[in-house]
Design a protein. Structure first.
Length: 225
C-alpha cells in the first residue's frame, strides 16, 4: 500500500483488470483521480484508492443500495447518493421479460450492481450477477432498516476479515446488505436487535469513534444480546 495523489500513474496490469474508486483508465494507462491509499487484491486483478469521501463516486461492478426515485418508460431512476441518479432497466433482473418485469414503486429499496460508470454519463445498474446472470443477493430489499455510514466503513464491512458482522451473527440471526455507497440494509427478528446493529455500525465507523471488538462485545452484553 502506498499514498498516491491525483494524476499519478498506477502500475495496474492484469488480464482481468478491474478498477475501483479513485482510478481511471485511458487507453493502456491507469491514473489516480483521488488522493489516498492505493490498494490492490492479492492477485493484482482489482485496484482501488481508499479515501474517505462524503459523496459516493460510482465505479463499475460495485454493489450499491438505492431508492427508486422515478419510473421512466421501461425502467427506473435510482438515487444511489451520487451526483446523478442511476438508471435501472426493467429487464435488468433475473428472468425479466417485457411481459414479466418487477413492479417497483417509488420509495422501494434495491440492492444492485453498477454495470456502467463514467464521469460524463448517468450510471447504469443491474440486479443480477455479471457472470452467472442470476439474481444472487441482488434485487428488491423488502422490510428491514437502512442505516448510513462512511464509505470506508462500508469497505470494512465487506472485508471478510472484519470482526463486526461475524460477531453480531454469533449473537442473533439477521440479514444484511452492504452498499459501497455508504448505506447498509439490516433486517433482524426483533426491533432491539436492529437498533443494536445500527448503534454498533455507528460506533465502529471510523467517523463515529472507531470502537474495537472488545468494546462492541461489552456493549452487546449490556443489552443482553
Amino acid at each position: 500500500m502506498s499514498f498516491v495523489l491525483p494524476g499519478e500513474d498506477i502500475p495496474a496490469q492484469h488480464v482481468n483488470l478491474k478498477l475501483g474508486p479513485g482510478l481511471l483508465q485511458s487507453n493502456s494507462n491507469v491514473a489516480s483521480t483521488r488522493a489516498g491509499i492505493l490498494n490492490h487484491s492479492a492477485n493484482g486483478s482489482k485496484w482501488w484508492v481508499e479515501y474517505n469521501s462524503r459523496r459516493y463516486v460510482p465505479a463499475p461492478q460495485e454493489s450499491v443500495i438505492g431508492v427508486i426515485a422515478q419510473k421512466l418508460g421501461e425502467g427506473f431512476r435510482v438515487d444511489i447518493g451520487s451526483a446523478h441518479y442511476a438508471s435501472l432497466d426493467g429487464l435488468a433482473f433475473e428472468g425479466a421479460t417485457k411481459r414479466n418485469k418487477p413492479n417497483l414503486k417509488i420509495g422501494c429499496l434495491v440492492y444492485a450492481r453498477i454495470s456502467l460508470a463514467h464521469k460524463d454519463m448517468e450510471p447504469e445498474l443491474e440486479c443480477f450477477d455479471a457472470q452467472t446472470r442470476k439474481a444472487e443477493e441482488f434485487g428488491e430489499l423488502k422490510g428491514g432498516f437502512i442505516t448510513k455510514c462512511s464509505l470506508k466503513m462500508c469497505r470494512d464491512l465487506l472485508d471478510p476479515k472484519h470482526f463486526l458482522l461475524p460477531l453480531l451473527g454469533s449473537r442473533f440471526p439477521f440479514e444484511a446488505a452492504v452498499g459501497m455507497n455508504g448505506k447498509v440494509w439490516i433486517k433482524a427478528k426483533e426491533t432491539r436487535q436492529t437498533i443494536a446493529m445500527t448503534r454498533c455500525i455507528e460506533a465502529v465507523d471510523p467517523d463515529g469513534g472507531g470502537m474495537d471488538e472488545e468494546g462492541v462485545k461489552k456493549f452487546l452484553d449490556t443489552l443482553n444480546l
